[in-house]
Design a binder for this molecule. Structure first.
Ligand SMILES: Cc1cc2nc3c(=O)[nH]c(=O)nc-3n(C[C@H](O)[C@H](O)[C@H](O)COP(=O)(O)O)c2cc1C
Length: 159
């Protein structure tokens, strides 16, 4: 089984997750998708893909989620940051992905995800960052196709 755990305020990271899942499915792989806020605290899968939007060059916090809501987004009470902090056990290869506005000072929630897992002494790899055109999106041209292809290869390699 492959699992995708995702957080999203404006829907872009969620769309990337859907495209990654389409790619995994096309490689003949079954996937379970969890919103980070309700993902299990014990998770066992061959591959766990964890994705979030980049906020302030890092993972969303309660404060940055509040700013997203002020800009018209929706904010889960708990996201990837809280899920990682509260994890009891996770089994399998972990690969991070994120959405960013791109550019030199964008930072990456993917990088922050790897760091948060490291804090918990859990190994995670940095996967791909996908570019949005602005805070509410949309995704830059071709990014959903890239996400689909990445899903196919990252999951397919272990099928
Ligand atoms: C409070 C806040 C801070 C942000 N900070 C950054 C940032 O440091 N770097 C960046 O590339 N994008 C930043 N963004 C833009 C987000 O990356 C963008 O809204 C997100 O990728 C959209 O994904 P979503 O639709 O899944 O929420 C920020 C957005 C918000 C709301």
């Amino acid at each position: 089984m492959r699992a995708v755990v995702v957080e999203s305020c404006f829907g872009n990271t969620s769309k990337v997750a859907d495209a990654i899942i389409e790619g995994l499915n096309s490689a003949g792989v079954e996937v379970e998708r969890f919103p980070a806020g309700s993902a299990p605290r014990r998770l066992s899968a061959d591959l766990v893909l964890v994705g979030a939007p980049t906020h302030n060059m890092s993972l969303p916090t309660p404060a940055s989620r509040g700013q997203a809501v002020e800009k018209g987004g929706t904010a889960p009470a708990r996201g990837v940051r809280e899920w990682i902090a509260d994890l009891e056990s996770v089994d399998g290869r972990i690969v991070a992905f994120s959405t960013t506005a791109g550019g030199m000072f964008a930072g990456s929630a993917g990088k922050a995800i790897v760091k948060e897992f490291k804090r918990r002494k859990i190994r995670a790899e940095r996967g791909q960052d996908f570019t949005v055109k602005g805070t509410p999106g949309p995704l830059a041209d071709g990014e959903l196709e890239r996400a689909r292809e990445w899903g196919r290869t990252v999951g397919g390699s272990q099928a």
